[in-house]
Every structure is written in C-alpha cells, then in structure tokens.
Design a protein around this ligand. Sequence first.
Ligand code: SAM
Ligand code: SF4
Length: 339
Amino acid sequence: MLLKDNFGRSIDYIRISVTDRCNLRCVYCMPDTIKSGCYQDGKINHDSILTYEEIMRFVEAASALGIKKIRLTGGEPLVRNSMHELIRSIKKMPGIEELTLTTNGQRLAETAALLSQSGLDRVNISLDSLRADRYSEITKGGSFEKVMAGISAAEAAGLLPIKLNMVPMAGINDDEIEEFILFGIKTGCQIRFIELMPTVVNEHLFTNGFIGSDEIKRRIEKQFQLTPLKLRKYGPARYFTAASRETQAAGIIGIISAVTCRFCPQCNRLRLTADGRLRPCLYSNIEVGLFDALRNNATKEEIQNLIIQAVELKPERHHISDGDEKKSGAPHMMSGVGG
Ligand code: SAM
Ligand code: SF4
C-alpha cells in the first residue's frame, strides 16, 4: 500500500518524538527557564507520554500503510530509558527499511554500540559549535567533550554516515561555517547547515540571528568549490561535495532551507508527538489525536484510519514566511514536536 495525500505526494516517512524532555536548553529551541520540555502551554505529564508498546502499535499500523522510514527524535531521545529496546522492536517490523535517530550526543558515547547492535542504521548529531565554551553557551551547559566522544563511538559502532546538524546564527556561531566543513573533511562526517526556524520561544533570536541558505552557500563558496549531489529524492536538503580551493580535500555537506525555500511539494513525512498527536506538517496546527486510540487498544484498522485522516489533512505548503504567526502554525518549541 502507498499513502498518498491530496496533492499527490507519497508519504513514507515518520518522525517519532519519544519524549519532550531534554538534558540541554539550546538557545533556539527551549528557554532555559523551564525545568523540562514543554508541549504548547504545559509540560507533558508522564502518564501522557506514549509507552513503547503504544509507539509499536502505531508503527505496526503505519508500516502496513507503506511507511518505510522512521526517525526517532525528541526532546532528547537518549534521555528515555532503554531506547535500544524500542529500536529493536521497530527494526523487526516488516516494511521498515530505515531507522535513524537525531540526538544531541550527550549520551551517545555510552549507548552507540548497543543502539547499533539493536538495529539503528544511522545518527544525526546536533553540534552548533566546535569551541567547547561556545558550545556550552549555546546549549546552556552541554559538554563538548561528550559530543566528541559520542561521534567517535558512533563511528566505531558503524552508525554511518554520521551527519552533524549545525544551525548557523548571525553573531553567535556563523564564523564557524568553514571550520565545520574542514571538520567534516577530517572526520568523514557530513555537515548539514540548517536554517534557523522561527518558533514561539525564539522570536528575538530569529529576528537578529537568521541566515538564509543562499547566504550560507555564498559564504561557503568563497573557500570551497561546491558540486551538487543528488543523494535524496525527497526532503529539504540540497547536498554538495565541498572541495577546499586550497588543498582540494573534499567532504559532503547539506544545506537545509526549511524557511526560505519551500520543499513542501516534495514533503513525504508526518510527525508523531510524544503525547500521541499526529502532525502532517511541522508548521501547521493541524493535528490528529492518536493518544486515546493507542492507549485504549484500538484496532489496527482504527489506528490506520486516523493515520489516513492525518495524511488527508496534510496542507499543500507551510506559511513560515507569510509573517502571520497564527497562520504559520509555528510550534511553541521544536522539542515538543520533534524538530
Ligand atoms: N535533541 C535532539 C537534537 O538536538 O539533536 C533531537 C531533537 S531536536 C528538536 C532536532 C533538531 O532540530 C536538532 O538538530 C536541532 O538543532 C533542530 N532544531 C531545533 N530547534 C530548531 C530551530 N528553531 N531552528 C532550526 N533547527 C532547530
Ligand atoms: Fe534539546 Fe535538541 Fe532542543 Fe537542543 S535542539 S534543546 S538538544 S531538543
């Protein structure tokens, strides 16, 4: 079976947020005044977070509808206990071809081997600075050494290729764009530069810190020769080989234009929040509630009908740049909807 929305897009990818909690407070994602992740107006209480069994019921229904790729995210997925057990169960599900995870890397050194043995295919690691003090400032206390140890452990565990997510922000870390590419060349990691996305909590930062992907590319091209690569059919990333104009050494980079360049016509994904809401678009308030169905043992067909409903409600495009916050459906925090 193939899920198709009303605009002819095939939907085969779901991002599952396994928790809204996080052990960091990145400046663009969560205010440091809160003790724990929040979804919309209030923290999700523990009873309202989907259990692994409920997530598996969802995955079973979704894979039978043609979902092939799953990314686990959060909040920080590795703050949730026994993540490898969920990974093992998802990987066994017929139809699931790719299982990946996005993490801040703080707990990756001690978990990478087990995650890989349990069936995880790859990791994306968020890293916004290569300077320990600056990294700690951006993340409000994160340990740079732990991310570095996490990258090494992921490499040793074969979670390849490792992708590093970096959000360039004017006056904060945009002077490191070139350093990141050199770091990628040295380590073999793919560097993904992600446009800063506006949320309800980062308005001021977005106004002052946003750098568009064209500008990011223009800066890179001063030092590197970019050759376009066609790595993926879908998704917001444009990939390139970046070769140093000085040494010719090269690596792969991605530039993700979530804000300025709409990839909506190719969007193939849905998002499941930690409390069981299925969002067909990151930047829309449209949601289909799955929590009650999953908690109350609804049948597979009933869950599938809710998934189909979400696909049918998928809007044609987002309205991030339209300037109307209500219409734009900007999430309160990315940690609540899975970034
Ligand atoms: N905690 C994990 C991490 O940081 O990798 C997973 C969740 S986080 C919400 C997923 C991704 O979203 C991270 O790479 C993060 O940098 C990105 N992100 C969060 N808020 C963002 C924003 N306002 N603009 C752009 N990217 C954002
Ligand atoms: Fe936590 Fe990830 Fe958000 Fe940073 S980006 S605060 S690590 S959820």
